[in-house]
Ligand binder design. Structure first.
Ligand SMILES: Nc1ncnc2c1ncn2[C@@H]1O[C@H](COP(=O)(O)OP(=O)(O)OP(=O)(O)O)[C@@H](O)[C@H]1O
Ligand SMILES: [Mg+2]
Length: 234
């Protein structure tokens, strides 16, 4: 579904990603882990068109997308839930959700999609008319995920959706991610909760200093000495 080949991304003259190659198959959950500053957000921002790579390519369903605008990339079926959620604080919960449906195909089905999002997150229905700034941090995070689903994506890019949440809400986020996969949505997930992530994902890619350090099936990574020492504290 997603094919990244030999990707280099810069901020000005500073190189942040080096020769990244990664693929995501339809129906998979692929995790992207790595320490702070490893380049995880940079990679998601390059995929969704907020940053343009200096070299390399990104294809989605067989079509080159590097060089397209973020808007065109959403239209093709990729949704991005950014780090920290970034909801529109002075809009209501419902208006935030509607903003996520601003693509040609999604807009026509927005009422139906909002119902589905409310089924996943009943608290958003209860708070439908409230301004997003009055939601708790965890509720804002759920709203950001809900807004990401409003474009009816084929592939979701999640940047640390569980960041700052209580253990119960972290478990809830992982439950939602599994249920999205059951609904046929493919997921590329950036996470710092390495153990829980490796338990739900099919494959994972470990980034260090902007490079792919290790990549493979999660059951294999969970038992690898490198991952156990560096990320699981064992
Ligand atoms: N806007 C920017 N301008 C210049 N350098 C940046 C910018 N954003 C990120 N960087 C640098 O690029 C590198 C990768 O940052 P990135 O945000 O992708 O890391 P990350 O893996 O998402 O980290 P974290 O886990 O802390 O979110 C870091 O060295 C960072 O300082
Ligand atoms: Mg980040």
């Amino acid at each position: 579904m997603l094919d990244i080949n030999h990707l280099d991304t810069f901020y000005g003259k500073a190189q942040a990603l080096w020769n990244i190659s990664l693929s995501v198959d339809k129906g998979e959950i692929v995790a992207l882990v790595g320490s702070n500053g490893a380049g995880k957000t940079t990679l998601l921002n390059t995929i969704c068109g907020l940053l343009h790579p200096a070299s390399g390519s990104i294809s989605f369903l067989g079509e080159r997308i590097d060089g397209l605008t973020p808007h065109a990339i959403v239209e093709l079926g990729i949704s991005h839930v950014p780090e920290g959620g970034r909801v529109f604080t002075s809009m209501t919960v419902r208006e935030n959700l509607e903003m996520g449906a601003y693509t040609y195909h999604a807009w026509k089905r927005k009422d139906e999609t909002i119902k589905q999002v409310y089924q996943v997150f009943p608290v958003l229905k209860e708070r439908e008319r409230q301004l997003a700034r009055t939601l708790s941090g965890g509720e804002q995070q759920m709203l950001a995920v809900g807004r990401g689903l409003m474009s009816r994506p084929k592939l979701c890019l999640f940047d640390e959706p569980s960041y700052g949440l209580s253990p119960i809400l972290v478990a809830e986020v992982f439950r939602v991610i599994k249920s999205l996969r059951e609904q046929g949505i493919t997921i590329l997930l950036v996470e710092q909760n390495v153990r829980q992530t490796l338990e739900v994902a099919d494959r994972a890619c470990v980034l260090e200093n902007g490079r792919v350090e290790v990549e493979g099936a999660c059951d294999r990574l969970l038992t690898s000495d490198y991952v156990r020492k560096a990320y699981l504290g064992l």
